[in-house]
Design a protein around this ligand. Structure first.
Ligand SMILES: Nc1nc2c(ncn2[C@@H]2O[C@H](COP(=O)(O)OP(=O)(O)OP(=O)(O)O)[C@@H](O)[C@H]2O)c(=O)[nH]1
Ligand SMILES: [Mg+2]
Length: 391
């Protein structure tokens, strides 16, 4: 069958990509390996992360200064009030979602128009549709399940034309997307979110957008933790986002132990009455065991400072990587059990179908999707809206 050849090709591509990433990361870590963490030298002398004993160490002075308010042009537009405006806003959101999914929509919906042109919907059309869905990165298991459902409908003569086929497919996709674990609730005080993922997938950008959303829209008091102490400019990058979002940030110097930063941040959040902490982490390859151990350590240290924290671990995946995102999710989930996903860069890719593959194979909720680089370009994920925007 078509997808077996395709799967082999995809696996070879994934391997090449992983090897290239691995080489890049190895050279990066060799050149700029951070020194052994020395909490005493940390900017604000956070306690040694693995050291906290039964009695909590002295509370260090929080590291981060409250970020300045955003410049006038960066201020967010006031939220429209009233039901009419809310529904207008929703239509606007949907319109933008549909616009940004243009390439994926063209891939799926456009292909359906082509393969059904002048034909009745039969098994042959479904075979061609199978190929379309696999190449749109829905993945083999998901595609087979969806096609199976459609075959039944074709046999019962329920699908007369392309429109009926699209409608049935949209419904099938929505069902897969809804059949995941529920998104995490955020009723802890402070609620601590750790954000993880491979290099360059959009972790820091998504954290900035999230901070903005929580701070401005949900009126929460956010504090960011600059837990990527590995990449030289990472702290500054997060600082810029903190300024845009108008929230506090806790940083330590380059090369500090990420778990010390996380400890410090939770501490600062409690001292300053912040109710939401978001911890940024350095990008890491999902296949690197020692780097996964580093993440587990951040988790352990945060849990020592605040039992139960981090309450939420979100994995950021770059939609443009297609099926590789599925393997990333599997390996991260094994190392640090995940509560949800953020799928970025859905704008400008024809591989948006990977959302469906991830939902089906991992049953993890897709909490947010990134549809651009701007501060407003992160949306809570709505399965019905997404399925509709694909057609
Ligand atoms: N088009 C588009 N670009 C995005 C989106 N999210 C992030 N980016 C871009 O992706 C690039 C990498 O984003 P970062 O936030 O630095 O990624 P990261 O995962 O923090 O990277 P490392 O910390 O180096 O691992 C930046 O140029 C972002 O503007 C998105 O939803 N759409
Ligand atoms: Mg980053």
């Amino acid at each position: 069958m078509f997808w077996r050849k395709k799967k082999k090709k995809q696996e070879a591509e994934d391997q090449r990509e992983a090897a290239a990433q691995q080489a890049e990361e190895d050279s990066g870590r060799e050149e700029a390996a951070p020194p052994e963490p020395d909490p005493a030298q940390a900017v604000d002398a956070a306690p040694a992360p693995e050291a906290p004993a039964a009695a909590e160490p002295d509370t260090p002075e929080p590291t981060g200064e409250p970020a300045q308010q955003p410049a006038a042009e960066e201020q967010t537009r006031p939220e429209p009030a009233g039901e009419e405006e809310a529904s207008e806003k929703k239509r606007g959101f949907f319109g933008r979602m549909a616009d940004r999914l243009l390439k994926t929509r063209e891939k799926i919906s456009g292909s359906i128009d082509r393969i059904t042109l002048g034909k009745k919907i039969d098994d042959e059309v479904l075979d061609e549709l199978e190929e379309v869905l696999v190449t749109a990165d829905l993945g083999v298991p998901t595609t087979l399940e969806l096609i199976e459902g459609l075959r039944g409908k074709v046999a019962r003569k329920e699908l007369d034309d392309a429109e009926a086929l699209k409608k049935a497919l949209a419904q099938g996709i929505q069902t897969v997307l809804e059949n995941t674990a529920p998104p995490p609730s955020r009723d802890n005080d402070p609620h601590v979110i750790m954000v993880v993922g491979v290099n360059g997938v959009g972790k820091t950008t998504s954290i900035g957008k999230l901070a903005h959303r929580f701070q401005q829209t949900e009126k929460r008091q956010v504090l960011l933790a600059a837990g990527d102490t590995f990449r030289a400019a990472a702290g500054e990058q997060l600082e810029v986002w903190a300024q845009r979002a108008g929230c506090d940030i806790v940083r330590q110097k380059h090369g500090a132990d990420p778990s010390a930063v996380a400890w410090d941040a939770v501490d600062a959040a409690q001292n300053r009455g912040k109710d939401l902490v978001i911890i940024d982490t350095a990008g890491r390859l999902h296949t690197k065991v020692n780097l996964m151990e580093e993440l587990k350590k951040v988790q352990r240290v945060v849990a020592k400072r605040l039992p139960g924290a981090p309450h939420e671990v979100l994995l950021v995946l770059d939609a443009t990587t297609g099926q590789n995102a599925v393997s990333q999710a599997k390996l991260f989930h094994q190392a640090v059990p995940l509560n949800g996903l953020i799928l970025t860069k859905l704008d400008g890719t024809a591989k948006g179908g990977v959302v469906v593959a991830i939902a089906k194979e991992l049953k993890l909720p897709i909490c947010y999707v990134g549809l651009g680089e701007g501060i407003e370009d992160l949306r809570p994920f709505d399965p019905a809206e997404f399925a509709k925007a694909l057609f």
